[in-house]
Design a protein. Sequence first.
Length: 317
Amino acid sequence: MSDPLLSRLDLNLLVALDALLTERSVTRAAERLHLSQPALSASLARLRTHFNDPILARRGNTYELTPLALRLTEHTTTALDAARRVFESQAIWTPHDSSREFSIYGSDYGFATIGAAVSRLAAEEAPGVRLRFMLHNPSIVEDAAVRLRSVDGMVIPHGHLTELPYADLWRDGWVVLASDDNDEIGDALTMEVLGRLPWVFTFQTRTAFTSAARQLQQLGVEPRVEAVVESFLALPHFIAGTNRLGLIQAGLASTASRVDGIRVLEVPFDATPVVNALWWHPVHARDPEHTWMRGIFARAAEEVAAGGHELTVQTQR
């Protein structure tokens, strides 16, 4: 981008663009920003001139985003988040007086374990700080290097991300869930039963998978998957009252067993433990606020480990 173009940038236009792309209506975007409709219409006119594109195109009684606007949607959100971070930075930062929001991607498993502990510890030390926990999905994980520029971190096990800074948090094992009325299972599972009964998997794509499910396939068992659900906490509900099996982290075993009709069983093979870690983008490495947040995660990991999980202290910066 040339210097003359940079000198003409107006961050207010970025805010207006984000609202227009989200609301797809000048009226609703103006209401969202607490502006008059003529004021936002003037911003839309400037944006149309800048991009040489209508941005919003009328289709009958509604407006649709143009192909360019659709491409701008994700970039605009990322740019706006980055701009907020620049202007939220402070020369002297104290947790107790801060009102910063930290945003973290993760799974419901991660949030139910370490996320809950992080939220409590942060509230005790920095009552004005807010934590936003957002569920990831396969596309977010695949684009992690870009996504992590505009958020503070991602809680995800090893095996999915590389070449990014991380701090190992806690280790967890695996158990198998089955319905307690499944008469095809005896007192213990066998590899033969694992290969014969149907399964519910949590995630099943090239880049989104669980290490235990991948290990099962490496051992020669090709699971017959009847359902895929992108939620560990929802898994028991897809198993109760059926002959299906499911793999879940041992840390969620007690939660899963509280679902009516669920039985928790040991895996009949030496399942490799899952090593959960906090990952972030290098741009955050020297941010004192981010350093504080990582410390909160480290303390929360100690609590999780003390609750029955094995703590891993290895850290890569």
